[in-house]
Design a protein around this ligand. Structure first.
Ligand code: ZN
Ligand code: ZN
Length: 342
């Protein structure tokens, strides 16, 4: 089969490799779509939790074409979306019912072979069935949406909260869409790309503010006017560390600040501890997801979160280099969908 194979960071090619053999409790999935995101760019540079050699691709769906000897719940031809996480079940955190913190955290597309290939082997308990009306395009969004669901679990928003999101990429967009269903009274998205904000407006997010990267005062005034007391929840979905510091000024007493975007490992921010103390600020992160797939899929199945309008590019495995260039440039794309088998 054809697959993207990295031998080391930044060293990849489309190679012919054997179709993965499956264990007794695994299924073989023919990949129909694999979305890519900024995480794949971090992996390309050897950052995040990447391990090499590697076939990336952590946002995939497709058709079951083979089932292991002990698999009774799936049959050949079933359409599925796949949770890429594999938890050990026996480490300190797994046995504390905190599987996302698994000390042996294994992730298809990050530490093990993922979906940027014609076929991928998946544990049977990590496949989720697709309703007939759910397209492969939609299903490929289950993983990024599941990560958002986990982020919202962490946030634990309250009814009537005012929410401010920096960034209108796929993460900022999906966060805004879901938060509207989680009781937020006001969702404001700030970003520097007009067309991404226009899309949010079309998807029902009323309040968007264009950021002028050379003159922060312009958006700052508008954003403060929309919630003069400050925002209950402030989210960074840019992964740009200075933006997190900038975002602090839009908080109020008791605010929660969520670091959602993936910054570089060496980035630092400055936080005033007296400000945190005096205002009871909660600052926290959200990393990946596990056990959030079924809820993410419900949003997609029921049309409550619209994902297809986010697709801006469709590329083949052979065009992966171009896909990475687009990701790095960022201004002219949202979701880049790779079609490994057509
Ligand atoms: Zn992703
Ligand atoms: Zn574990």
């Amino acid at each position: 089969m054809k697959a993207i194979v990295y031998t080391a960071p930044e060293q990849f090619a489309v190679q012919d490799v054997p179709i993965p053999s499956i264990g007794p409790r695994q299924v073989l999935v023919r990949v129909r779509r694999c979305g890519i995101c900024k995480t794949d760019l971090h992996i390309h540079h050897g950052r995040f939790i990447s391990q090499f050699p590697l076939t990336p691709g952590h946002e995939f769906c497709g058709d079951i074409v083979d089932v292991g000897a002990e698999v009774t719940e799936w049959k050949i031809g079933d359409r599925v979306t796949c949770d890429n996480t594999v938890l050990c079940g026996y480490c300190f955190y797994c046995r504390r019912n905190q599987p996302l913190y698994c000390q042996n955290f294994y992730s298809l597309g990050c530490t093990g072979p993922g979906g940027l290939a014609e076929y991928v082997a998946v544990n049977a308990d990590k496949a989720f069935p697709l309703a007939d009306h759910v397209s492969y395009d939609q299903a490929a969004f289950t993983e990024p949406l599941a990560c958002i669901v986990h982020g919202i679990d962490r946030l634990d928003p309250c009814c009537g909260d005012k929410v401010l999101i920096f960034g209108a990429g796929p993460a900022g967009n999906l966060l805004a869409q879901i938060l509207k269903h989680c009781g937020a009274a006001l969702v404001v998205v700030v970003a520097s790309t007009r067309w991404k904000l226009d899309l949010l407006n079309r998807l029902g997010i009323e309040h968007t503010v264009l950021m002028d990267r050379d003159d922060y005062a312009r958006h700052t005034n508008t954003v403060k006017r929309l919630a003069p007391e400050g925002y209950d929840i402030v989210i960074d979905a840019t992964g740009y560390a200075p933006m997190i510091e900038h975002a602090f000024q839009f908080t109020k007493m008791g605010s929660k600040v969520l670091v959602y975007g993936v910054c570089n490992e060496e980035d630092t921010i400055t936080v005033n501890p007296y400000w945190m103390f005096r205002n009871e600020i909660t600052l926290f992160g959200s990393f990946a997801q596990t056990h959030c797939f079924d809820r993410a899929l419900s949003y997609i199945e029921r049309g409550m979160v619209q994902v297809e309008p986010l697709i801006t590019h469709r590329l083949s495995l052979a065009e992966y280099g171009r896909a990475l260039e687009l990701l790095a440039e960022g201004k002219h794309n949202l979701k880049i969908m790779i079609h490994p088998t057509d």
